[in-house]
Design a protein around this ligand. Structure first.
Ligand SMILES: NC(=O)c1ccc[n+]([C@@H]2O[C@H](COP(=O)([O-])OP(=O)(O)OC[C@H]3O[C@@H](n4cnc5c(N)ncnc54)[C@H](O)[C@@H]3O)[C@@H](O)[C@H]2O)c1
Length: 241
């Protein structure tokens, strides 16, 4: 039986990387997808991968006009929201510009607040729903050159716990996933030396794959996780031990 038949699953940042893999994972289980990503990325023709049960919203999760587009779509039903979109703008604290700080906060943190608020309002009506947020292992121990990014990911974990406390009474579960280092375009820019170092520090001795994270989201969204809320699941090959 398909676990997500007739469930509308919204995924932000779905055109590539973890978000794309996540879309594939939910699609396999019968979900109706609403995929959200920036208006670009012709390289991923989403209709080829998802010929049915898929709506593509070309939207920037930080733009007011685009958010109202997402809201309209949510009003038709939202079972699961995966707040996956995220960016990095790395610099050490002494060199970090206010612009780099604001951009990362807006995409990684503020959009989680805005989209979750919109989704929760709809889910409350139905007395069910699942919100999943993208954290990162770096939220636990910091990362050189990423004060903005780490602030957002630590913030996401705190927000997840708070939303879980507030929304549990409406049958809404809220969880986060903290990926370790996953081979996606986001980490493509890392020097080979750093990647080798990460591998050495990872007990399972490999980089993660987008599917590793997608499966965690799918599990947390499913009824198999019906008593799990407010948690942050590390999916990191043990790197955060
Ligand atoms: N790759 C990793 O190692 C890793 C580790 C920990 C956490 N994460 C988190 O997982 C999530 C996905 O990471 P990824 O590696 O797949 O990233 P990615 O860069 O490969 O993909 C991110 C997607 O988000 C989209 N996006 C960016 N800004 C957006 C906006 N304003 N509106 C709509 N869409 C937007 C991009 O277009 C892109 O398609 C992010 O939140 C990231 O912080 C990734």
């Amino acid at each position: 039986m398909n676990k997500f038949n007739n469930r509308r699953v919204f995924i932000t940042g779905a055109a590539r990387g973890i978000g794309f893999s996540c879309a594939q994972s939910f699609y396999e289980e019968g979900a109706e997808l609403v995929l959200i990503d920036l208006p670009k990325l012709e390289e991923t023709n989403l209709e080829t991968y998802f010929p049915e049960r898929m709506t593509y919203l070309q939207a920037n999760v930080t733009r007011k006009e685009d958010l109202s587009l997402i809201k309209k779509e949510m009003q038709k039903g939202v079972s699961v929201l995966v707040n996956n979109a995220g960016i990095t703008k790395d610099a050490t604290l002494l060199k970090m510009t206010e612009e780099a700080w604001d951009q990362v906060i807006d995409v990684n943190l503020k959009s989680v607040f805005l989209l979750s608020q919109m989704a929760a309002a709809e889910m409350k009506e139905k007395q069910e729903g699942v919100i999943l947020n993208a954290a990162s292992v770096v939220a636990h121990y910091g990362n050189f050159g990423q004060s903005n990014y780490v602030a957002t990911k630590a913030g996401v974990i705190g927000m997840t716990k708070t939303m879980a406390r507030e929304l549990g009474r409406y049958g809404i579960r809220v969880n986060a996933v903290a990926p370790g280092f996953i081979a996606t375009p986001m980490v493509d820019t890392m020097p080979e030396k750093v990647i080798d170092m990460i591998r050495e520090k990872t007990p399972l001795n490999r980089m993660g794959k987008p599917e590793d994270i997608a499966k965690a989201y799918r599990y947390l969204a499913s009824d198999d996780a019906s008593f799990i809320t407010g948690t942050c699941l590390n999916v990191d090959g043990g790197v955060s031990i």
